[in-house]
Structures are given as C-alpha cells and as structure tokens.
Write a protein that binds this ligand. Structure first.
Ligand code: AMP
Length: 282
C-alpha cells in the first residue's frame, strides 16, 4: 500500500499512463478504523481497479471543540488494517493540503436546500457545510469513479449527493449497509470512548429501532417513540432526537405511511458519547 501525504503526488500517481481508463474507488474516513470502514474498502476493492482511502480528521465538521479533541487517533493500527485489507493507496493529507487557502477560505457555503439544517444539522450547526467542504476538496484531488459512503451516516449521504450535483463532480455514490457489533450497536469510532458496560447498553439503541420497525403496523409512531425513549432512559441513554423521515426528501413525518419510503433516525448520548443510528422501515 502506498502512503501519500501530498495532493500533487496523489494526482500525479492517479494520472499515470498505466492507470488511464481504470476505475478508482474512494473511501473518505476520519480514521480510528473499524469493520464498518473496512466494509467500504472491501466494496471498493471488489468493484474498482484502484482503491484510495483517505484519513483526515476534518476540524471544519466539528461544532464542538471538545469532541474534536477527544476524537480517537489510531494511525499505526489503521495503516495495518488497510494494508491487510488490500487498499492500494492511503491518502494522509495535513490541514494545509486540504485547505491551502486556510481556515477562512475553506468555509465555502453550499446551497443544500435545507438538507443540512434538520436532524444532525439542527444539533450540530455548521457540521454539514464542513463535511461538504472536505469531501468537495477530496473529490477534486482524487477524482474517483465511485465514492463509498456508509448508510450509518444517512443524512450525510443525502447532503453529499446534493453537493456532488451542485459542484458537478463526476463520481457515483455507492452506499454500503451499516456494520454492527453482535449486540446490534452500529460500529463507530466513537464507540472506543465507551466502557464495556456502556457498549453493552448502547445495543439498546438498535433494539429500539427494531421495536419501532416491527410494531409500525400496530401502534402510532408517537406512542412507540415515547415508549422507546423511556426504555433508553432506563438504560442510561439520553435521546437527543428520534424521528421518522422521508428517505428521499428528509422531510420529518409524524405517522407511519406505507405509501412512502420512511426511515427512523436517532441520536443519543451514553456516557457522554454521542451516537447516531438509523433504520429504514420495512
Ligand atoms: P467516519 O470515519 O466516521 O467519517 O466514516 C467514514 C465512512 O465510514 C462514512 O461514509 C461512514 O458512513 C462510514 N461508516 C462509519 N461507520 C460505519 C458502519 N458502522 N457501517 C458502515 N459504514 C460506516
């Protein structure tokens, strides 16, 4: 696996004659890699000639300085995992590589038509503008055929779809399913901050999503929502939001509707760690 730090080196490698006409799969990450990330890498490896993975903890998408400070960094282990998985190139840029014109200039504004201000965006102001800024830059550098994103960050996929359309990037989004721990907890780099007991309890988030899904035909959403928020609270989990939304528009709806594709979205705190998860209604 090649490890490349500078955008110009990466561009020149990807422009080499022997790579012309080959497909490039790209997996952007913030490191502290786990099976969820690796599932994206494997999906890319299966479908592309070259797989590029990036690790860059993007300060612009953190609205909470303490969260950025505590974000786990495990670069040696990440390198090992990626080379074992068979990734071709690891792109490890620094801040000025991604944002050569500095912090202020990096704060471009994307007209995301409100997709960035609901759910995650409501509780993390500026988060999605920061996500768009970094992925926009990375896509300009890597110019991949396929971009691999996780369903775990459902709203992020919707926002990036919009950004890609706005900026006319020629890349196709491939969405990969959520990889979970045995107890159902969605894998996340933030899980490393949970105690073993906290990790076990956090499996309740998935159980609650399942309950809502399974009971959707019998009980109103608002009733199920109240029941599961209470159950989560009994397990030391504080719900920030639990909502039902249209998968295409992200419009919030308050009752089940079999004529629409709906998704349950949740953000919750356990042991001071903020976790998100989601489940499409069957
Ligand atoms: P992150 O490093 O958290 O920015 O995540 C990088 C990519 O991995 C994003 O596209 C995430 O949606 C995806 N990802 C993170 N956790 C999971 C998971 N448990 N299952 C599938 N994809 C994931």
């Amino acid at each position: 696996m090649l490890i490349i730090k500078h955008p110009t080196s990466l561009k020149s490698i990807l422009n080499k004659k022997y790579l012309k006409g080959r497909t490039v799969g790209f997996v952007p990450t913030m490191g502290a890699l786990h099976e969820g990330h690796l599932s994206l890498v494997r999906a890319s490896l299966r479908a592309n000639n070259v797989t590029v993975v990036s690790i860059f903890v993007n300060p612009l998408q953190f609205n909470d300085a303490a969260d950025l400070e505590k974000y786990p960094v495990t670069i040696e282990k990440d390198i090992l995992l990626l080379s074992e998985a068979g990734a071709d190139i690891l792109f490890l840029p620094g801040f000025s590589d991604v944002y050569p014109e500095g912090d202020q200039a990096a704060r471009a504004h994307y007209d995301l038509k409100g997709l960035e201000s609901v759910f995650e965006g409501k509780y993390r102001p500026g988060h999605f503008q920061g996500v768009c800024a970094v992925v926009d830059r990375l896509l300009s550098i890597v110019t991949p055929t396929n971009l691999y994103l996780g369903q775990k960050d459902f709203q992020q996929v919707a926002v990036l779809r919009k950004m890609i359309q706005l900026k006319n990037h020629k890349t196709k989004i491939v969405v990969c399913p959520i990889v979970r721990e045995q107890n159902g907890l969605a894998m996340s780099s933030r899980n490393a901050r949970l105690s073993p007991k906290g990790k076990e309890k956090a499996g309740e988030i998935y159980q609650c999503l399942k309950i809502i899904n399974e009971k959707a035909a019998q009980k109103p959403f608002e009733m199920l929502k109240a029941i599961v928020i209470n159950r989560l609270s009994e397990n030391g989990i504080k719900t920030e939001y639990l909502a039902l939304a249209d998968t295409l528009t992200l419009e919030e709806v308050h009752s089940f509707d079999t004529n629409r594709h709906l998704i349950i979205l949740i953000a919750a705190f356990i042991e001071g760690v903020r976790l998100i998860d989601n489940m499409s209604l069957q």
